[in-house]
Write a protein that binds this ligand. Structure first.
Ligand code: ASP
Length: 331
């Protein structure tokens, strides 16, 4: 029998109405599984672990590193796959951090819901059923951490939450989903691309990596910024007001500064524009292009490399690997 462990972290999928109004986390992993029509018909041996029961905005990277350790132990102990249920607000970041630290072939599938349990059309049971289906499917092996949501199967590196309330909020705008759950089976349509895998950081001490979002006429980040690394969510294909270039060059002398795009899809360019504040100018000032990684995921990659003791060179190599290109020489 295939053994799948469901690890509950909380989120809307585990939320019910509170007496004072509004929803808050309440349900255990066991409650979630018993609310899934059709779960028994999967014929799985299900094990349950209540890891936490919190809204996902209150999760920290250290929680996810600890979860990654737990998942590794569960799989080493004989589980065939793991499903993680959590809040959707930070799901894309948690899934990507888990993916970066997952070096085993067994599937790990993250899901959640947009609607709380017990409301009309609650999507939690269907999403959990899809996640269990994917986690038990041999075709999911070797694909790292996947996200199952609204019957789509996404890679952790590409999926984004693109709507505040829609049950179809999760989208892989670059490349599309790698599969779907159809008629109760996981059907894969894409390979999913190269994955970066990093050593799990030993301690809980995680570096300070702010994310700064550029906007029309906005002030540049402070040259004295106290941080270990910085991600800039730039305009368009990696462009910034010209007055950001100097302060960022100074910051890039002290810490890795990563250039991502605040747009929904597509990569940061590396060789098209050459005006002050363009991607060529900024990369020439030692900013590291994020490739197809969106700003939040770029921050997770930077965090994970720095937490493993990586220097600027290792950061540049990791981003080049994530982008599927050779690491730039030099600095
Ligand atoms: N606020 C919730 C959370 O992320 C939203 C959700 O789960 O959909 O925990």
């Amino acid at each position: 029998m295939t053994t799948i462990v469901v690890c509950g972290l909380g989120g809307t999928i585990a939320m019910t109405a509170t007496p004072g109004g509004g929803a808050a986390p309440a349900l255990s992993a066991g409650d979630l599984v018993s609310a899934v029509p059709g779960a028994a018909a999967l014929g799985l041996d299900l094990a349950l672990v209540d890891v936490a029961n919190v809204p996902s905005a209150s999760l920290r990277p250290a929680d996810i590193v600890a979860l990654s350790r737990l998942i590794n132990d569960l799989l080493a102990g004989g589980a065939d796959g793991v499903v993680v249920t959590q809040g959707t607000d930070t799901l894309e970041e948690c899934a990507y951090l888990l993916d970066l630290l997952h070096d085993r072939p067994e599937p790990v599938v993250v899901t959640g819901s947009m609607r709380p349990a017990l409301v009309a059309g609650a999507d939690g049971p269907a999403n959990l059923l899809a996640a269990l289906t994917v986690a038990a499917d041999p075709g999911a092996r070797g694909r790292g951490v996947l996200v199952a949501f609204a019957d789509d199967i996404h890679t952790a590196a590409r999926v984004r939450k693109t709507h505040t309330t829609s049950v179809a909020a999760f989208v892989s705008a670059t490349g599309g989903p790698v599969g779907q759950v159809v008629e109760g089976r996981a059907r894969f349509v894409g390979a999913g691309g190269h994955r970066v895998v990093l050593p799990r950081p030993a301690g809980d001490l995680l570096p300070r990596v702010p994310l700064v979002v550029a906007a029309l006429g906005a002030d540049a980040p402070d040259r004295d910024l106290a941080a270990d690394g910085l991600v800039v969510a730039a305009l368009g294909a990696g462009h910034l007001p010209h007055w950001w270039a100097e302060p960022l060059a100074e910051l890039a002398d002290r810490m890795p500064v990563v250039l991502a795009s605040r747009t929904l899809a597509g990569p940061v360019l590396t060789g098209t524009y050459s005006y002050p504040g363009s991607e060529r100018d900024l990369i020439g000032r030692a900013l590291i292009p994020a490739g197809f990684l969106d700003p939040a995921k770029a921050r997770i990659l930077l965090l994970a490399v720095l937490a493993g003791g990586g220097d600027r060179q290792r950061v540049a190599a990791a981003f080049a690997e994530a982008a599927g290109v050779a690491a730039p020489a030099g600095r």
